[in-house]
Design a binder for this molecule. Structure first.
Ligand code: APR
Length: 314
């Protein structure tokens, strides 16, 4: 990738934090921000651009006046969407965000036809599915942020229990990026030591619960959802793709027979490299985890069905 240009559509809290993380890491040459609300992308591009004075490597941060100016990107990150308001049902939110994604994706297809898309807007797995259906692109080119974030939240919870091993902890979370996600703390290691030698069953249960509620806990304190965790996790994925690192990270991807499912998007471990999803890794799941995975897949399918019933894909 010669230019290493990243487009970020939706310059809200998550999109801007992803841009800031990327610029501090210095992994791309250029970042272009776009937001539907006038002034947002411009203001943040200036602010982040000025912060890059102290970064290790320069990154050019620009704001696009129109979506047509987000062009020729190697990667496009989509964080555009609206948060759920008190008078909105889950179905209302789904339809509103799906419509936003539809319009955004049409522009990405026109102006960055060779990009890899990282999908971030919620409900994550369903929005990732929408992008697959809208683009019809090869499935490796579309990848949803799920396990990179949920896994970092799980590692944080493990650290809260142990008080050591920061940065040395595995991050395995599969399933949907919602209430049916499946954190697997008992499957990871801390500094190469299996967590099963370090934590009790009660502690595992608590880690699982707190990981699942990781986003809600932040909302409880802040009144708004988190953005440092998501922003940095997006940057982790972008870096892996631009550098062709071939790291293993759980992500929401379109299954085509893997784990026994087809035509649904859900979080599983994948290898991320220059082609996006280089490979889906099929882990052996025990009976209990398989049942949880089924529930998770079904919850994503419910969302897809709502869109189908409302004629969204016609
Ligand atoms: N094109 C471009 N930007 C858009 C569009 C659109 N069609 N529609 C909405 N936006 C912008 C909004 O103006 C807003 O600035 O998307 C941005 C979303 O930012 P925030 O409301 O701050 O939400 P944020 O916390 O960043 O979350 C973004 O990521 O994690 C998910 O659930 C979260 O779906 C949400 C998304």
């Amino acid at each position: 990738m010669v230019n290493r240009k990243v487009g970020i559509i939706g310059a809200g809290a998550v999109g801007a934090t992803a841009a800031y993380s990327l610029s501090m890491m210095g992994v791309c040459k250029e970042i272009v921000l776009f937001d539907i609300v006038e002034g947002v992308a411009k203001g943040k591009a200036i602010d982040i651009g000025q912060s890059t004075h102290y970064a290790k490597r320069p990154t050019i941060i620009t704001a696009a006046d129109t979506s047509a100016d987000v062009r020729d990107c190697d990667i496009v990150v989509i964080t555009a969407g609206v948060p759920r308001k008190s008078d909105m049902t889950r179905e209302d939110l789904l339809l509103i965000n799906a419509k936003i994604i539809k319009s955004v994706v049409t522009d990405v297809m026109t102006y960055s036809p060779n990009a890899i898309i990282i999908s971030v807007s919620n409900p994550l797995d369903v929005m990732t599915y929408v992008i697959h259906r809208m683009t019809g692109w090869s499935s490796n080119r579309i990848v949803g942020l799920s396990g990179a974030l949920d896994g970092s939240r799980m590692a944080y919870q493990i650290y809260q229990k142990l008080g050591y091993g920061a940065g040395q902890t595995g991050t395995l979370v599969i399933g949907d990026h919602g209430q049916n996600m499946i954190p697997l703390p008992q499957k990871v290691q801390v500094g190469d030591v299996p967590t099963t030698d370090l934590l009790t069953d009660e502690e595992f249960a608590e880690i699982v619960e707190r990981t699942k509620n990781g986003g809600a806990e932040i909302v409880g304190h802040l009144g708004t959802s988190g953005y440092y965790g998501p922003g940095r996790a997006i940057a982790h994925m972008v870096e892996a793709i631009l550098n062709d690192s071939k790291i293993v990270v759980s992500s929401s991807v379109l299954l085509n027979g893997e784990y026994g499912y087809t035509d649904v998007t859900v979080g599983v471990p994948v290898i991320l490299g220059k082609n996006g999803v280089e490979q889906i890794i099929e882990m052996t799941l025990d009976t209990k985890t398989r049942a949880k995975f089924k529930t998770s897949v079904e919850s994503v399918r419910e969302g897809i069905d709502i869109l189908e019933k409302n004629g969204f894909f016609e």
